[in-house]
Design a protein around this ligand. Structure first.
Ligand code: G6P
Length: 434
């Protein structure tokens, strides 16, 4: 069993924090987190979240000391694991990320396309400072990144920092839960051939206790699509059959771009505006001194199973489990159609030494081009974000498959940089590119 651990959470004032606290409480014997340091720049939110976390710990009779600080270095000092769940610029910035791209004929989304690009530019320098603080105050600690766009942020860490980092998303565990429920089996018995990048991935095969059950799973998926045709995030059955794989929901922004854009334009509120309302209600609930558990309302956020994924990943490292998890980490030959040193999202062995990708089959041509194009856009975005390089930023947008023209790329870049100027010092301070 792992020794007593310290975990620090950067962005501890997030409404998702109770999710994580619940995970640590439930896994106490296996994962003895004794110190949980919550750090946030918003002290008022931080204190509300910390008070709730303490009530949850007390109600459960768990042995976890909750600390709070606005000093990042202090939070990180001596940590075994550092979790990043930050939102640079807050929900207001997300709302702009969603609003600006449609003016240029592109869907406005938190992680996909120009919205995700702007979020990455804001987040990369802040994340690299977290990594620097780990180097000086907690050498050897793991940085687990949940901050979106998770693939891009992990790519930046992999290129610009020696700190051990892993990017995690809740989509893989969401798919595992969905398919295991459908098959009526425990999730631990399933193995997915999941391939691609964060929010740009496909499930190509499913194994139950090592046996290939793909035909059954895929037929069920097509059947479900037929039942739900035209509904929300589902794909049309014809698309699934043409592809022969299960795409993640975010691929709607590519395969059904125009439909998604029209839907977005017709909607009375953006997702960011909805989330802001949910967050206000959540904060109101969190303030209640009688509340001692994660409220049901949190399920209205997209991060389902977030704590399960996070805690089991931390446990796999701390307990050197050598277990397979689907994470964002350096390719190292796993996807032969991409460079070895770029970050991909694939099944990987997880233990004390971190993540080791498992080799996968080459990308078939029907998805190869899209993965390579988006990865190239990501490589350019990461350089732009870390170095404040305006030319690279323009190249990134131009390379993105959803950006229709050079004019659009230029217009988008100008507007996004101007809108987020306060959070993009790398582009404006010292006149490096602004
Ligand atoms: C999904 C994604 C997450 C994302 C979330 C958005 O779960 O995998 O990366 O954070 O949706 O949810 P929200 O409630 O913020 O729209």
């Amino acid at each position: 069993m792992a020794r007593d651990l310290k975990v620090s959470v950067i962005g501890g004032g997030s409404t998702y924090t109770p999710e994580l606290v619940e995970g640590f409480i439930e896994n106490q014997p296996e994962l003895p987190v004794r110190q949980l340091a919550l750090m946030d720049i918003d002290e008022a939110r931080l204190e509300i979240l910390a008070a709730l976390a303490r009530r949850m710990v007390q109600a459960a009779g768990a042995d976890i000391a909750i600390e709070t600080t606005t000093d990042q270095k202090k939070a990180i000092d001596g940590s075994d694991f550092v979790v990043s769940q930050i939102r640079v610029g807050g929900m207001a910035a997300r709302i702009l990320d969603e609003a600006i791209p449609p003016r240029f004929g592109v869907v406005g989304q938190e992680t996909t396309g120009p919205g995700g690009f702007a979020k990455a530019l804001r987040t990369i320098p802040v994340t690299l400072r977290i990594a620097q603080d780990i180097q000086s105050s907690a050498p050897g600690a793991f940085l687990l990144n949940f901050t979106n766009p998770a693939g891009l942020i992990t790519e930046a860490l992999s290129r610009y920092s020696p700190v051990q980092s892993i990017g995690l998303c809740n989509l893989p565990i969401g798919m595992e839960m969905r398919l295991s429920q459908r098959l009526g089996v425990d999730r631990s018995r399933l193995r997915l051939d999941w391939v691609g990048l964060n929010h740009l991935n496909w499930t190509r095969r499913v194994f139950l206790d090592g046996e290939d059950v793909w035909d059954r799973v895929f037929a069920g998926e097509v059947q479900e699509a037929r039942r739900a045709e035209g509904d929300g995030w589902g794909f049309p059955p014809d698309l699934l059959e043409a592809l022969g794989m299960i795409p993640c929901g975010y691929l709607n922004y590519y395969y059904n771009h125009d439909r998604m854009l029209a839907k977005q334009k017709a909607a009375p509120h953006s997702r960011g505006e909805e989330v802001r309302k949910i967050e206000d209600q959540l904060m109101e609930m969190y303030r209640n001194p009688e509340l001692r558990e994660k409220p049901k309302l949190l399920e209205k956020r997209g991060g389902a199973y977030y704590s399960k994924a996070a805690v089991s990943l931390i446990s796999a490292i701390a307990n050197d489990k050598d277990e397979v998890h689907i994470v964002n980490t350096r390719n190292r030959g796993a996807i032969p159609d991409l460079p070895d040193d770029v970050v991909v999202e694939v099944p990987s062995r997880i233990g004390r030494a971190g993540a080791r990708t498992l080799k996968t089959d080459p990308l078939p041509p029907e998805i190869r081009g899209l993965v390579q194009a988006v990865k190239a856009y990501e490589e350019l975005t990461v350089v732009a974000g870390a170095e404040g390089d305006r030319r690279r930023a323009l190249q990134a947008l131009q390379a993105h498959p959803l950006v229709p023209s050079f004019d659009a790329a230029q217009g988008l870049l100008d507007e996004l940089l101007a809108a987020h100027r306060a959070h993009l010092p790398q582009f404006f301070a010292g006149g490096s590119g602004g």
